[in-house]
Design a protein around this ligand. Structure first.
Ligand code: GLN
Length: 491
């Protein structure tokens, strides 16, 4: 059998279903690959070899018994450490949850298990999903398989790096401001943020509840769509979950793969002027626009005048929600507890635990958020940001009256060297300049590899109206059919 780790999820599932390989064989190949490269990549915080092999053996047994298996049965998947996994450590990249083994599975993880996918382990991330490089993980950075001296994006850099390093064919991420799409772009992989509420947040450790969206990561658009279909759909355990079926993303990806975009109108946002973006990124984007035109798409310019306020609005809304959400880490209920010697007050133990347990970026967000929500400042900061959010939503609504989807580069720059942006938070925040508007609106967005700049991957983002996730898959798959996929140098 050729190297099983090089296959797409679709190919693996086909081989398993046909009995040409077994889920156990596939899982072993990926565990071996992790053992061979992950000391250099550090995509994983926890590898669950035993659990993975047991799950794989169960899939093989069900197949042998003649049971019908789902479309991704036997395919390994890496899960961002922001989702709870029953009995398996879940740290959110933070010391404050070190040693915590959740008593329950998140809905996403439960659906993955029920679909017969095989969870390999938990992937590295910026602490509490706050960051764009995975350098804010309390457990050390992940390295980009394209160039180990560079970052893999963030906050879901572990999931994206696991794909690019062929440690897993599928992964799960979460996207609050770009944490699925931005790592996808800088690792040459596909990352999709579903419509907010299209995937369940039950068991997703909360950062900013009105923005957090779990979603699929893969090396091809079709694989991402298949994973999207498995994890998506209504969940009564999440009050913001949309009670509608998952848009037909798989059919859309297949349709897109035929390479025909005749009649599709795509908008380029005039306010995304390219200021601050690298020339190589803009060049790859322009070439992709030409490719999309050749496929039959009509390209028009669309004005979204409020997009320029998206970044500042996000950096008030997300920290505000985080300051409230992270209050639950009090040294009593979960994980770490510091200073509990029997003589200290509850308040002292809480404060000592939070001092040791949270890293500097998380503390910065809690402070900004607490300030923005405080009485006397609420209207000027949080209230104002919410109004901007409404204006941005109106920009999207107006844009989608003119075009089927919007396109942009996913990120202003390619993977940067480890350490290059950690001293200035604003430089780090800029990584999500193009992805954040979609989160504030709640619509779906996908990043698909579109070219290289100086040998490093560039991503193109497709943004669609809410619950029109299928549309973005169609466009992304069409582009992929024209430009192909991108393989990093051998590790
Ligand atoms: N980089 C953004 C932030 O730091 C987005 C993070 C995310 O999507 N989880 O908040």
């Amino acid at each position: 059998m050729s190297d099983l780790t090089r296959l797409t999820a679709t190919e693996i599932a086909g081989l398993v279903a046909a009995g040409e390989t077994s889920a156990v064989e596939v899982t072993r190949a990926h565990l071996d690959r992790i053992a061979a490269v992950d000391d250099r990549v550090h995509a994983f915080l926890h590898v669950d070899s035993e659990g993975a092999l047991a799950a794989a053996a169960e899939v093989d047994a069900r197949r042998a018994a003649g049971e019908e298996l789902g479309p991704l049965a036997g395919v390994p998947v890496a899960v961002k450490d922001v989702l709870t996994t029953k009995g398996v450590p879940t740290t959110v990249g933070s010391k404050i949850l070190e040693g915590w083994r959740p008593p329950y599975d998140s809905t996403i993880v439960r659906r993955l298990r029920e679909a017969g996918t095989v969870m390999l382990g938990k992937t590295n991330m910026d602490e509490f999903a706050m960051g764009s490089s995975t350098e804010y993980s309390a457990y050390g950075p992940t390295h980009n398989p394209w160039d180990l001296s560079r970052i893999p994006g963030g906050s879901g850099g572990g999931s994206a790096a696991a794909l690019a390093a062929y440690e897993a064919p599928l992964a799960i991420g979460s996207d609050t401001g770009g944490s699925i799409r931005q790592p996808g772009a800088v690792t040459g992989t596909v990352g999709a943020k579903p419509t907010y509420g299209g995937t369940s947040r039950y068991g997703l450790v909360a950062f900013s509840s009105s923005l957090d969206t779990p979603g699929p990561c893969a090396r091809t658009v079709l694989d991402a769509a298949l994973l999207h279909e498995v994890i998506g759909g209504h969940d009564p355990r999440d009050s913001t979950s949309i009670p509608q079926p998952v848009p037909d993303v798989v059919a859309a990806a297949k349709r897109g793969a035929t390479g025909d975009l005749t009649g599709v109108r795509l908008g380029i946002v005039s306010e995304f002027t390219g200021e601050g973006a690298e020339p190589g990124v803009l060049a790859a984007f322009r070439e992709s626009v030409d490719a999309l035109t050749k496929l039959g798409a009509e390209i028009v310019e669309v004005s979204c005048p409020n997009f320029k306020y998206a970044l500042p609005a996000y950096y008030l809304i997300a920290p505000s929600e985080c300051s409230s959400n992270l209050a639950r880490f009090d040294g009593v209920r979960f994980g770490l507890r510091v200073g509990d010697d029997g003589n200290r007050s509850l308040e002292e133990v809480m404060s000592m635990t939070r001092e040791v347990g949270f890293g500097p970026e998380v503390k910065r967000r809690i402070m900004i958020g607490t300030y923005a929500l405080s009485s006397g400042y609420y209207d000027a900061y949080y209230g104002q940001a919410q109004k901007v959010r409404t204006l941005i939503t109106r920009d999207f609504t107006a844009a989608f009256e003119q075009v089927d989807a919007l396109i942009s580069p996913t990120t202003p720059f390619v993977a940067f060297p480890v350490g290059a942006r950690t001293s200035d938070p604003y430089q780090m925040y800029l990584a999500d300049l193009f992805t954040i508007p979609t989160n504030l609106y709640g619509g779906p967005g996908i990043s698909v590899p579109c070219g290289l700049s100086d040998g490093l991957p560039v991503g193109l983002q497709v943004m669609a109206p809410t619950m029109a996730d299928d549309r973005m898959y169609r466009v992304a798959a069409a582009l992929e059919s024209a430009v192909g996929t991108f393989t990093p140098p051998a590790l």
